[in-house]
Design a protein around this ligand. Sequence first.
Ligand code: FAD
Length: 442
Amino acid sequence: MLSGSGSLMWFRKGLRVHDNPALEYASRGSTCVYPLFVIDPHYMELDPNAYSPGSTRAGINRIRFLLESLADLDSSLKKLGSRLLVLKGEPSEVLIRCLNEWDVRKLCFEYDTDPYYQALDDKAKNYASAAGIEVFSPVSHTIFDPADIIEKNGGRPPLSYQSFLKLAGEPSFSLSVELSWMPPVGDVGRCEILQVPTLKELGYVEKHQDEFTPFRGGESEALRRLRESLSDKEWVANFEKPKGDPSAYIKPATTVLSPYLKFGCLSSRYFYQCLKDVYKNVKRHTSPPVSLVGQLLWREFFYTVAFGTPNFDEMKGNKICKQIPWNDDDKLLAAWREARTGYPWIDAIMVQLRKWGWMHHLARHSVACFLTRGDLFVHWEKGRDIFERLLIDSDWAINNGNWLWLSCSSFFYQWFCMILQAMNAERKWGKLMHLTRDSMDV
Ligand code: FAD
């Protein structure tokens, strides 16, 4: 049924109703909208042999965070007169089946620069254009369009933050209109629509004492966290990274908005605009690279380089990555992963990774450096894989970019002494070096 007047809104990231241009376009002038999320076995299939609960590619904390985000999205859509349709399967196959069976004239989804989604999106776009379905896929996961920056730089991504800033300039975007209602969901025919599942329904066993991040998923929580962070204008104005205590667990020294940005529960453009509004109302504020706006621009920088660099996530075939003869010692890797290095500081951070799926930037620095150039000389791709699985904010461009950086494989090549850094940390924060695994039992 391809002659309809309905739209299909395909959610992947962008799990929000605020500043969501794809959702806005799907709703405009349509008689019905199908808001679809596909549970993808590539990320979600249970792995009973994994070294910690979860799927092969995602730890249980991130899966829980995603399900909470979906439940929150469903509830926001219901307030607008719609609801989330959940299906399971290989996403492009499911999508094509839906396009075939439902009353769809427009297919809308947020543009995604990750290679996995680029491949899926190509399949979806090819099918849609052959079937005469309009495709709308705006850039709204990032503030800038990485392709524009690369084009401005003569077809190559800028390889330093400063050159990125020069090319990018001031962003020009307008936030999408806030929706006050949505067209109803159309007839779903024979499709067996699911409710947002629970972890248990997906077959996961929750061991509360083992892995339980204190950060709850969803747009509502993202906006609450954002408001809380922005309410302290002085803090926002004076924010300076890398200053800040990485062992401040009760009240982290940074916003902890990364998992919400990762899943698009929070729009980076909205976050940017809110920060600029705070800056307008204070006498002075910090600037990039150390300011909060500067942190968002680091995100943009890594997205741009990742998008423009073939094999960005590998050493081999990656032109911007130094070719280093890393060792392949799986025993050292396992000791690092399981917090058994004997260095209390490193072990405490690895416990935090497993229990919370989030650590302060300097803590990530320490363990990444320790695993690679700082001590164990293990390949950065192995540490990257463990972060990728366990972080709740696991992000393809940012994670790979930071591992390249920390292992001195790209962007930054200075000599670095782990022990010296540990001594500095001890002088600065005192308690840090004395942390034991028990400190994380919160
Ligand atoms: P804030 O300091 O409050 O910053 C606000 C936002 O700016 C963050 O939410 C994030 O989106 C962005 N940001 C901050 N620092 C960076 C940075 N160095 N690079 C890119 N963007 C940044 N961040 C991820 O979001 N996902 C990852 O998978 C990830 N992997 C990392 C791996 C390593 C080895 C290292 C050293 C860092 C990694 N980071 C990653 C970057 C950074 O540590 C986190 O973004 C940050 O700690 C998240 O906490 P926050 O939201 O409180 O940050």
